[in-house]
Design a protein around this ligand. Sequence first.
Ligand code: IMP
Ligand code: MG
Length: 345
Amino acid sequence: MAQDRVNNPDWADHPSLVQGDAPAPAVPPRAPSVPAPFAHQAEADFSELLDFYRIPWLYEPTSFAIEWDGDAVTEMFTPDFYLPDQDLYVELTTMKQSLVTKKNRKVRLLRELYPELHIKLLYRRDYQQLVAQYGYGALEITELRPEDIDRILVSPAELHERVVALGEQISHDYADRTVILVGVLKGVTFFLADLARTITRPLAIDYLAVAGYGTPAKGRSRQPGAVRIIKDLDEEIVGQHVILVEDVVNTGLSLAYILKHLKAKKPASIAVVTLLDKGDKRLVDVPLDYIGFPCPNEFVIGYGLDYRERYRNLSFLCVLKPEAYEQTAPLRPREDVLMSETARK
Ligand code: IMP
Ligand code: MG
């Protein structure tokens, strides 16, 4: 096993706190640019993401015995992160999907042996999705060609049908109430506009916007500090029935932050409706009252959802081919892109 780690440059495993007779694992070589204590850049990036959302974390705090020979421990497993507030272990792997079998086995063993323990495994694909979502290390795609589309996930007709059903359900549930729809900019704009027109109750609309991790600040590609509201509600919501409208709930980090912010304004109630639910990848527990569609663990564009501000105006939801994201081009700050667009006009 130690041999594999040395031979496989993709291996993102880490030294364990070895006890008893367990074999000493090889410490994977750390690239000089990877900040301590991390063994891999993906972990350093993930820790920054957690810091941004003020999620406390510990790096490799615990090793678990997962295999024994008689009384002697022969294999240990040390998850990368522990999030004490969520009581959740997170294991990142940047290995190619085809090479994760071993890691899967370890996580499965861990779950079997320690059933009370919560662990999430984030694959290379999840990591690429986070990278795409948060917009760094990303590439520039200027035009969508049909061959860039991997598949259409939800057609315009399916979107219409589902949005009407959600509107009917909400109208029924709020039969004797007026509501305030609060949209989270900008991905939600199309969904909110369509949903609002199917709700047969008096309603007000308000918006808020959150500076996400990776929101470019002037002259730099990433915003330091913590998640924050960059546009707050225009109106008071105290004593009102609020329906928060989201485009995608993935890790739940954005939504958890927004819900806390809204609850402090003392509304009578808050429900959440999301167009897409990537339930698999939840890191923090968030209540979802209405879900448009469960969403596979892939980066989705269209119907308001963007990739680097593009493709929002597609009338369907689709997934691009991985190559469309993977061809690496140097990251350009968004202002540069916008400026060059203006210059072209
Ligand atoms: P979370 O904080 O990880 O739950 O991320 C939620 C936010 O990330 C959403 O409100 C979206 O703005 C963005 N997001 C997540 N997945 C996608 C996607 O597949 N396409 C476009 N945006 C996404
Ligand atoms: Mg959003």
